[in-house]
Design a protein around this ligand. Sequence first.
Ligand SMILES: [Zn+2]
Length: 380
Amino acid sequence: MKYCKNCIMPETRPDQYLNNAGVCNGCLSYDYQEKIDWGKRKNELLRIINKKKLDKDKWNCVVPGSGGKDSTYQIIKARELGLNPVFVTASTCDLSEIGRKNLENIKKIGFDVIEISNNAKVRSRINKIGLELLGDISWPEHVSIFTAPVKFALAYNIPLILWGENPQLEYGGPDGSLNNSILDQKWMEEFGGLIGFRVSDLIENHSFKKNELEIYDYPKEDILKKKSILGIFLGYYERWDALRNYEVSKNNGFLAYEPELEGCYFNFEKIDNHQHGIHDYFKFLKFGFARATDQLCYMIRRNKITRENALELVKKLEGKYPKSYMGKSLGKILSKISMTEEEFIKICDNFTNKKIFKTDQGGKLIKDDNGSLIKLKYDN
Ligand SMILES: [Zn+2]
């Protein structure tokens, strides 16, 4: 397992590659962003908005999101751009208390919020299938956060959807994906974290009824086109910055999780769903890195921390067996999807890349007293 020489990202990350000098495409993408003419892109955005001839007396822009620091920033920004936005969220799978407070805060600071809530019975069945089959408990959340706001825009004839970050621009992605300004079904299927699993698979292979999955169904592209509904990344038109978004949101009442968040370096991301701990743990089992690595790479690229310090921190923070997340025990989190901890551990072991972790001579994973694995290699 090789690591980027500049940051601490391993090459196991999907869509990641290291160039001949050993530098990852996330770092290269960061350098590329420095060269973008952001003023020109901002004008492009204003032109798109003007061309749409939006009705100022109605909601004329959907801002989708979970209610986090990016969501709060996006909706404030949308109003600054002269839009009349409505915030649309598909609630997270296991909404935390602080996640609820931050959603309420968006209303408090003067915006309309539409909350689309999924059938909890159907959703927890999909959570379980996602975890067993894909090693991703959050599959239904990944889907509905992309589908529900588009469905809402279609139902209310709202011609613009202002998404946030283009993750490929921040973390690196395949050629062509960096300069993509549009979020559509094709993008969602390739980059939305669906892992090649489709809604139709739930019907064909897992005995779901079509009418149980309405919320997860992406509207037809030709209908969206006919109605001139356009989904764009704000992160294409202005430089995205997680810390700046947090600062702006904090100044507008957004709350971080105190004192610190399990497995993370930042305490202001991934605080709206108790299942995030499990989601990130599976990323660690499959690829040998998780949330703290992402966040520390962000800090290294901006010269806010040295690579050496980041390595020390990541060893301490990342990859622990997720006994709890934001004050809720693993047992309680799993009971919501009718799963025992024994079943959970078996699934964990199934999805663990044994090349990355310490095993005994018979190839059995070695764990410490807390059930955590031992990662073999943190650096080149
Ligand atoms: Zn790098």
